[in-house]
Design a protein around this ligand. Structure first.
Ligand SMILES: Cc1ncc(COP(=O)(O)O)c(C=O)c1O
Length: 438
């Protein structure tokens, strides 16, 4: 299936050569990079993508978890076409934004008020600014290895190399190139699943911390689940010091109809959304209690400016509304059961083939690690993390077998058009791909 892609006349190769002349790295989004060049997509339908060479594969990445209904879902496509014909952007609000805001507020207990933006990164930025404005404090805390998008402060220590780690109980704050070093001083980096170290770091910074930013199942930390009691403990600890808890649900809102934090029985102060709530279009949202969200209220003592030419554009909102309507509690349950089915299938494969591996993930997502080491935090992933070349080799072999997975880990997520046949196919193909690597 990769013969044409690898061939001298490959259309993907030609497109990449042209892209490299006009785009640095031939790319406009690092997460789609693939060596030696990406496979360019032509179209998608249901759970399948057809590439420019005409090859069709089952898509287990779903634009990095954002397409929960798969590609070109008929009702979403119709809603978008209907809306686009009526105009796509105005210097006026549209009725759709009110409807999506009402829908999310009705579903998620900790969403009293909400504002839309165009990406998860923006949502995280707005939540952090809101927390600073509300508390009058300047620092934030986040977990080492956790990815929260591109805002300077949220990016700190999102994937530091071991030489830069610093103390295990007080991880170093590492900024990304292009970010002023001063940003590092305002970010307290915490080790995932280590309450003793977290307690000490939070206590030391308690008067300066505006917020703790947390994703309950962080992809950057290998989807290592929070230890029992860890998230409730964080909730109590932050409440004690008046530190706002920001739930980053950009990726993990696909876990539950009522929101990811609902599954852990926790009420955060602020929450960020993105990905699935845009139905395949660019989106983000920041939400929380009425009193905290009042920092955005221009009719009151406005504290945080919120602009954005395309915020809540009606095309995104129409796609998001239709997607959310399709995602009933039953649809979430079915998809999460399929998630359990594929994680069980992977565990069985590893057991039957006596392979050193563990399966993480929850809901409709899976992430398998080729190790039997105890997985606790970001550092425990050392040696078999996303940078291990075995994953890109596996990704290529799986592409050959007709499945799209991440080149940075055995990571994938499901969409509603999938059934057991696709999941059985994936597990069987992965077994073959792993044995080829031996
Ligand atoms: C947890 C989390 N937060 C924030 C973001 C940033 O979202 P976006 O890519 O829409 O800017 C992502 C993106 O993958 C994410 O996974």
């Amino acid at each position: 299936m990769l013969a044409k892609y690898r061939g001298p006349d490959a259309l993907s190769r030609q497109l990449y050569e042209r892209a490299s002349r006009v785009m640095p790295g031939g790319n406009t989004r690092h997460s789609v990079a693939l060596a030696p060049y990406p496979i360019y997509a032509r179209s998608g339908s249901g759970c399948r993508i057809t590439d420019v060479e005409g090859e069709e594969r089952v898509d287990f990445l779903n634009n990095y978890t954002s397409l929960i209904l798969g590609h070109a879902h008929p009702q979403v496509t119709e809603a978008v076409q209907r809306r686009a014909a009526l105009g796509t952007a105005f210097t006026m609000p549209t009725p759709e934004e009110v409807e999506l805001a009402e829908l999310l507020a009705a579903r998620v207990a900790y969403v009293e008020q909400i504002r839309f933006c165009n990406s998860g990164s923006e949502a995280v930025m707005l939540a952090i600014k809101a927390a600073r404005a509300f508390t009058g404090r300047h620092k934030i805390a986040k977990f080492e290895g956790a990815y929260h998008g591109m805002y300077d402060y949220a990016e700190v220590s999102e994937g530091p190399t071991p030489d830069a780690w610093g103390e295990a109980d007080a991880p170093a704050s590492i900024t990304e190139p292009g970010t002023p070093a001063s940003v590092a001083r305002d970010v307290v980096v915490l080790p995932w699943n280590r309450p003793e170290a977290c307690r000490e770091l939070i206590e030391r910074n308690k008067n300066d911390l505006a917020a703790l930013l947390v994703d309950p199942m962080p992809l950057g930390i290998g989807m290592i689940a929070p230890r029992s009691g860890f998230l409730p403990w964080l909730r109590e600890e932050t409440k004690r010091y008046g530190i706002l808890l920001i739930a980053d649900e950009v990726l993990n809102f696909r876990l539950d109809y009522h929101g990811a934090f609902h599954t852990y029985g926790i009420t955060p102060d602020l929450a960020t959304f993105g990905k699935i709530i845009g139905g395949g279009f660019p989106v983000g949202a920041v939400a929380g209690s009425r009193v905290i969200m009042s920092v955005f209220d221009h009719t009151g003592a406005l504290k945080v400016h919120h602009g954005g030419t395309f915020n809540a554009n009606p095309v995104t909102i129409a796609a998001g509304l239709e997607t959310m309507r399709q995602m009933t509690p039953e649809a979430f349950d079915r998809l999460n059961h399929l998630g359990e089915y594929v994680r069980d299938g992977l565990r069985r494969l590893f057991r039957d083939t006596r392979r050193s591996a563990q399966v993480c993930g929850a809901g409709s997502m899976f992430l398998a690690h080729l190790t039997t080491e105890e997985l606790i935090d970001f550092r425990s992933l050392r040696g078999f993390s996303r940078t291990n070349p075995v994953y890109s080799d596996l990704c290529h072999t799986m592409l050959e077998y007709g499945f799209i997975l991440s080149p940075r880990g055995i990571f994938g997520c499901l969409s509603t058009p999938m059934g057991e046949a696709e999941l059985d196919g994936l597990v069987e193909a992965l077994g073959r791909a792993l044995s080829e690597l031996d």
